[in-house]
Design a protein around this ligand. Structure first.
Ligand code: TEU
Ligand code: CA
Length: 544
């Protein structure tokens, strides 16, 4: 087979920073860009190749920055454009690329475009957004916001409603307007000239929306727009681009991540993230994870995109609960299960993403409702209490699935406020920071941190992790996620026990006494059994 020349992001590991919660350098209780600069040594030690920054642009912070009021300036709470340029420069000195988060489906209602657009129907900016007349005094249609309530908001000056799929302060942009699209492309090129290494594209599957047909994701113009944008911007650089696409299927992902580079590098798909909820209901309607289905979703994406596209690999982000609490054990076996989950994910083909604190085994949190900050969570609490749900049921859903689980401050040390701020943090720290923090992790050779460091190194030294064909084993096993990766030269076995009990398995003896690349238990166990949350990678080197 001819040697595949890999793009830099196909052998990379990307770290996501939620700046507001990462490190506060000036004591105002909010993380900032200078704080990230001060932690570049930590990121370099971990060994990651790029950092995806959640938005730091000017914003009223209604949705913590995913409501942008100026794409080409930095919000003062995070710093200045000079700070951003310093971060890009200093990260590059450490061979770390900076990936910006582009929110192109909507802006803030405080963006100058919208301030103009809402003045009147014939304002030149009116058509930058999606407006509809009411129907007999009612909303244009039944579309709902992801943050509760209708997706339409009335503006008396225009005698029309505007569309907002998220908060009322996040009006949807009208991508049918070519002038709007050209303004977006000009802005992207402006960031590319600043030397960014790529972009994450927020809910990018929504930009082709057809609201009159109630079609929001995967509208018919979506891929034409992506191709036009890619030609006008991304293809001019050696960038990584990752689209957030909750609606993606492997078939669609072959378009998004076509190796010809016509659209994006890859997408975040969420099929493995909607299994532990009642089918057809919301993430708040909890159910136990159907484990065999969980494995088969990964199998589908690994096999269907093989040589036809590229996978992102993630179990955490700023919108999702902490993986060790959701899929592992954040109590007795927190360290083992955090390492097991990392082994399971990093053994696959694709680009792995590490969300800040995941490398420490940070966990979910349980606060009183008034200590939460996320608009989505607070809106759902209000709506479900009004609908008569018992409060303890609503709180349970928030404990398990609330986005603030991922947004409590990064835990740097056992100092007050986890060493995150000298001030009062914008959201309370998880009280377990006294035992789960970076300082502890860096002095403990067996920490989750050093396990991630080793996994990241393996991705550089073991081509099979990038190239190997995926095959699921032990399909029906209710506890073990086992798969192989295979190339002409090697075969890798990844074994992960997702259970707090010792379990046994039957696999061919060829795997006995072979080289163990990594394991989350210090002492090698016996072939055929796995200890609680035990994980390992075993490799057979077939020679030339
Ligand atoms: O998220 C898209 C999105 O749909 C999620 O908010 C999802 O609905 C929710 O988390 C599921 O529980 C992106 C950003 O990642 C998110 O932070 C923003 O709030 C949202 O878009 C609007 O920009
Ligand atoms: Ca600050």
């Amino acid at each position: 087979m001819e040697k595949v020349t890999r793009k830099w992001w196909e052998t990379s590991v990307i770290y996501q920073i939620y700046p507001r919660s990462f490190y506060d350098s000036n004591g105002d209780g909010i993380g900032d860009i200078q704080g990230i600069i001060q932690k570049l040594d930590y990121l370099e030690k971990l060994g990651i190749d790029a950092v995806w920054l959640s938005p730091v642009y000017k914003s009223p912070q209604d949705d913590n920055g995913y409501d942008i009021s100026d794409y080409q300036d930095i919000d003062p709470i995070f710093g200045s454009l000079q700070d951003m340029e310093e971060l890009i420069r200093k990260a590059k000195e450490k061979n770390i690329r900076i990936i910006m988060d582009l929110v192109l489906n909507h802006t803030s209602d405080e963006h100058p475009w919208f301030i103009e657009a809402r003045k009147s129907k014939d304002n030149p900016y009116h058509d930058y957004y999606v407006w509809r007349d009411g129907v007999e005094g009612e909303y244009p249609n039944e579309l709902k916001s992801a943050f509760c309530g209708p997706a339409w908001e009335w503006v008396p000056e225009c005698q029309q409603y505007y569309l907002h799929q998220f908060s009322v302060k996040q009006p949807d942009l009208n991508w049918e307007n070519p002038k709007l699209r050209q303004e977006i492309y000009k802005m992207i090129n402006w960031w590319m000239e600043k030397g960014v290494g790529g972009f994450r594209l927020d809910v990018i599957d929504l930009i082709g929306k057809e609201p009159d047909k109630m079609v929001m994701a995967e509208g018919k113009m979506l891929h034409p727009y992506l191709k036009e944008m890619s030609r006008a911007t991304f293809q001019k650089g050696d960038l990584v681009t990752v689209g957030e696409t909750w609606s993606a299927t492997p078939e669609r992902a072959m378009l998004y991540s076509n190796p010809d580079g016509s659209e994006l590098s890859m997408v975040f798909q969420f099929e493995h993230m909607v299994l532990d909820q009642v089918p057809g209901k919301e993430k708040w309607d909890l159910r136990e994870l159907p484990f065999v289905e969980f494995k088969e979703v990964f199998e589908k994406w690994q096999t269907e995109l093989y040589n036809k596209g590229w996978n992102s690999l993630f179990l955490n982000n700023h919108d999702l609960p902490r993986a060790v609490s959701r899929f592992g054990d954040d109590g007795k076996y927190r360290v083992e299960s955090a390492k097991m989950l990392a082994t399971c994910l990093h053994g696959m083909q694709g680009t792995p993403y590490i969300y800040q604190g995941e490398e420490l085994g940070m966990t979910n949190v349980q606060f009183d409702i008034q200590e939460y900050r996320d608009i989505e969570l607070l809106n759902v609490y209000k709506e479900r209490i009004e609908q008569g749900y018992p409060e303890e049921e609503v709180m349970r859903s928030i404990y398990v699935k609330g986005r603030d689980n991922a947004r409590t401050p990064m835990q740097w040390s056992e100092e007050p406020n986890a060493g995150f701020t000298k001030g009062t943090p914008w959201i309370r720290c998880n009280p377990n920071y006294t035992m789960i923090n970076a300082e502890e992790a860096l002095i403990d050779q067996d920490s989750v941190f050093y396990y991630y460091q080793k996994l990241i190194r393996l991705r550089k030294t073991e081509p099979i992790l990038t190239d190997g064909r995926f095959r699921l084993l032990l399909r029906e096993d209710p506890s073990i996620f086992a798969y192989t990766r295979e190339t002409e030269k090697e075969e890798l076995l990844v074994l992960c026990n997702f259970n707090g009990q010792e379990v046994s398995y039957e696999l061919p003896d060829i795997w006995k006494d072979q080289e163990v690349l990594i394991s989350n238990y210090a002492q090698e166990g016996s072939f055929g059994t796995l200890r609680p949350y035990e994980a390992k990678m075993i490799i057979i080197r077939k020679g030339e």
